[in-house]
Design a protein around this ligand. Structure first.
Ligand code: NIG
Ligand code: FE
Length: 398
């Protein structure tokens, strides 16, 4: 990432108009400014982007967590109908108001760390009605708070109990019936599949992706988290925006990601929480120039968190990213994982004026702290949404 000391940044109508060294700021831009903010030497980054969350869910799974502490595995809990399915039961039982209130607490924690764009998946409803509720609530969250929300349909997250033994029928229903209707209602920005031995097969994923393709929707995949069933290679055939997790990805998969221009989304908090030992192939991804994003994976099972800064810290500590890679992972590469690279993720003219102001000595500090938040202020779409009072905003030439 380029670092500019003593910089100036000019915004107009919600967009970045100019950024560079203060000494190079064109005179006409400086003199036509209506408001000027002196940030007293603080660092400014693009607004952070959390490109993989399951933010909306009922209840939590602290009881299962306690069980895992005593030695039961995540996959064993899933196989006996716990795991994702226990959150499905809690989500179906919760009212819209309860789901919204719980999600807002987590969203507010993300926003307090400078997040200005968040992806939110469905996938704990698993009926057409409950998936629709989740996607509606996700859209509502974007209206309730100053954040850009991208929704992802994850009907293929787990096989619901009422379809036990009928996976083919479930996939047919969600791909051919629910998804077209939800998409027509404007609720779906992308489509995801949990492709895994405890999730959906490559054939199932192919059927979901074919439907997404017919609807003109981009796809993503939870791939190679616990095993390798060939998920990312299929996703790359559909030019997936991203493949996420990737602990069990092979060199051939990495080559496919590179050829497809697919972003690798690294989720170190899930790796940490599940006490995984196999890491995603970061050196190979780096060598093949696959963009690496970093996200929270906020969910009640494998990543009970609402801290993107912590994910950045774990990405450097556990996966070996550099501090520049971690910051790019939560900004520029995260935007690519959502197909938003022409709208946000960088401080560049023509992109949205979304940025975060930090009280740090250098951007390296953002992934240095493990549980400390040095955020000072946030601008989203050119408006100050956090942290700066009117006194900080002075009219030019006063
Ligand atoms: O990204 N792997 C599937 N989905 C989530 C876990 C969801 C859950 O356990 O509730 C993940 O890790
Ligand atoms: Fe996930």
């Amino acid at each position: 990432m380029t670092r500019i000391g003593d910089a100036a940044l000019v915004t107009r109508a919600g967009m970045i108009e100019w950024v560079g060294p203060l000494a190079a700021l064109p005179r006409d831009l400086a003199s036509s400014a209506t408001h000027r903010v002196d940030l007293s030497g603080r660092w400014v980054t693009p607004g952070l982007i959390d490109c993989h969350t399951h933010l909306i869910f009922g209840g939590n799974r602290s009881a299962e967590f306690a069980e895992r502490l005593r030695g039961t595995s995540y996959a064993d809990i899933a196989r006996r109908g716990g795991g994702i399915l226990s959150t499905v039961r809690a989500t179906r039982a919760a009212s819209d108001a309860q789901l919204t209130a719980a999600a807002l607490r987590r969203l507010d924690a993300l926003l307090a760390e400078g997040v200005t764009t968040v992806e939110i998946k469905s996938g704990y409803g698993l009926t057409e009605h409950d998936e629709r509720r989740m996607l509606h609530i996700a859209r509502e969250l974007g209206r309730a708070r100053p954040v850009r929300v991208r929704t992802t349909f994850l009907g293929a997250h787990a096989l619901p109990e009422e379809y036990a033994g009928r996976a083919g029928q479930y996939v047919a229903d969600l791909a051919e019936t629910w998804l077209p209707r939800l998409a027509a209602e404007g609720l779906v920005d992308a489509v995801d599949v949990f492709c895994e031995h405890i999730g959906f097969s490559v054939d199932d994923a192919q059927r979901v992706f074919a439907s997404a393709q017919r609807l003109g929707l981009p796809v993503k995949m939870h791939a190679e988290q616990l095993s390798n069933v060939g998920g990312s290679r299929l996703a790359c055939r559909y030019s997936a925006l991203s493949c996420d997790h990737l602990e069990f990805t092979t060199p051939a998969d990495v080559a496919a990601l590179a050829a497809a221009g697919t972003t690798a989304v690294l989720l170190p908090i899930a790796f940490y929480s599940l006490r995984e030992t196999r890491r995603p192939p970061v050196p190979a991804l780096r060598e093949q120039r696959v963009p690496m994003a970093v996200a929270t994976d906020c969910n009640p099972g494998s990543a009970p968190t609402a801290s993107l800064l912590l994910a950045m810290n774990m990405a450097v500590q556990l996966f070996g990213l550099t501090s520049d890679e971690a910051l790019a992972g939560a900004t520029r590469c995260a935007a690519r994982a959502l197909g938003l690279q022409t709208q946000c993720g960088e401080l560049a003219p023509g992109l949205g004026a979304d940025f975060a102001v930090w009280d740090v000595e250098s951007p390296d500090e953002l992934c240095y702290w493990a549980g400390f938040n040095p955020l000072v202020a946030v601008v989203r779409g050119g408006g100050i949404v956090r942290g700066m009072s009117d006194q900080d905003v002075r009219v030019a030439h006063d």
